[in-house]
Design a protein around this ligand. Structure first.
Ligand code: ES4
Ligand code: ZN
Length: 319
């Protein structure tokens, strides 16, 4: 039985499996530039974050209706449940859909149809986190937050994702201030491909409560000491790091050193359809390759609930 866990770093668009992509393409009359699912899987050889993002945004063309987003979320929740996930904080990228003429409301209402029945159907509680694309402008992020205002009762917080280098957190100071004023929780990707300074900026300027990835903190002993002291959660994604060549091999992953340094680490799946595994596949991979002890695995699972946005009583029920 997989350990009960919370998944805190999961892009719903990154759960689009090739089979579902072709099914939705057929349903919506969208032509994909791949002959079949095998040909599509062949394209999953990434050099870096950008080469992955190109395919990730291309495949989103098949997501058009509320039903598409509902089907996508249901497929993820069923897989997550089978991997011991009891609670999922799910990212979505509204700008990537708005750019294709799909309204925020279609995305949120479609996802909500699946999330509303998730506890009953899959035993998984959920939260939604709206992410801004950091390679788009600050004005676009502000307009997106504005467009999402009618749906904020369904959204627990905001995040920041997409191409990191050259797009420092400070670019999004204003939209994060607005989000905080609206009562939204704040997280951001930082230190995946970008430097440790981006992690510090995300904390100091954007006021984030968690850092997504954060791997490159290990280059700054001062930053590691601060993250450990303040118990800032890091949502690590080991299989993603291997596929995007952030680490050379899984055996080189700094997770053991990060745990030894007293960092509040969690293990997550990022874009599981693209990176070769869901939540427990990531747990299994680090257990086997990094020789983590059973106690360390239990610590990672405990951390995932502690780092979640669940209230204490909800957390006890989910564990
Ligand atoms: C992402 Cl792995 C990763 N990093 C940054 N942005 C993303 N969006 C989807 N997956
Ligand atoms: Zn991510």
């Amino acid at each position: 039985m997989p350990l009960p866990k919370a998944e805190l770093h999961l892009h719903i668009e990154g759960t689009l499996e090739p089979e579902l992509a072709f099914e939705l393409a057929a349903r919506n009359g969208v032509k994909l530039p791949y002959a079949d699912t095998d040909a599509l899987r062949e394209a999953y050889r990434f050099e870096n974050l950008q080469s992955f993002l190109n395919l990730y945004y291309e495949l989103m063309a098949v997501l058009r209706t509320e039903r598409d987003f509902e089907d996508l979320a249901n497929a993820y929740l069923a897989r997550a449940a089978a991997q011991g996930v009891r609670h999922a904080e799910i990212f979505f990228d509204p700008q990537a859909h708005i750019a294709r003429g799909v309204a925020v409301g279609t995305v949120v209402e479609g996802l909500a149809r699946a999330l509303d029945r998730s506890e009953e159907n899959h035993g998984v509680s959920t939260h939604l986190i709206l992410c801004f694309l950091r390679d788009e402008s600050a004005e676009s992020a502000l307009a997106t937050l504005d467009a999402a205002k009618p749906y904020l009762d369904r959204i627990i917080g905001v995040g920041l994702d997409s191409a990191e280098v050259g797009h420092p957190p400070v670019k999004f100071r204003e939209v994060y201030e607005s989000a905080a004023a609206l009562g939204l929780r704040r997280v951001a990707h930082a230190g995946e491909e970008g430097p440790p300074e981006y992690i510090t900026e995300a904390l100091d300027i954007l006021g984030v409560e968690r850092i997504d990835h954060g791997l490159r903190c290990m280059e700054s002993p001062e930053l590691v000491a601060r993250l450990a002291r303040d118990r800032v959660p890091l949502t690590l994604c080991p299989l993603s790091n291997v596929r995007l060549r952030t680490v050379d091999t899984l055996a080189d992953h700094p997770l053991p050193a990060m745990l030894d340094a007293g960092l509040l680490c969690t293990v997550n799946s990022d874009d599981p359809a693209y990176f070769g595994g869901y939540a427990d596949d990531n747990f299994k991979a680090v257990r086997e390759t990094l020789a983590l002890t059973e106690e360390q695995l239990r610590e990672l699972a405990r951390n995932s609930f502690e780092a979640s946005f669940l209230e204490d009583d909800e957390e006890r029920r989910a564990r």
